[in-house]
Design a protein. Sequence first.
Length: 68
Amino acid sequence: MVTAPPTAILTHVERLTSRQQMAVDCVRCARRLGMAGQVWGEVRHRGLLFRLWICAPECPPSLVGGVT
Ligand SMILES: [Zn+2]
């Protein structure tokens, strides 16, 4: 079992929206975090350290992977 280190995933800060960079929206599903959120990890981008937040305990399934 190989678990990808967060830093390997969190390398696309430039692709996030400003709301995601500012911890307003989830960085995985772009859903507004509101009261529920957890720190996913931190990534350095252009000399700045971004703390990325995702839904807690996890992203709503209906908003992950799309709905068919
Ligand atoms: Zn989410």
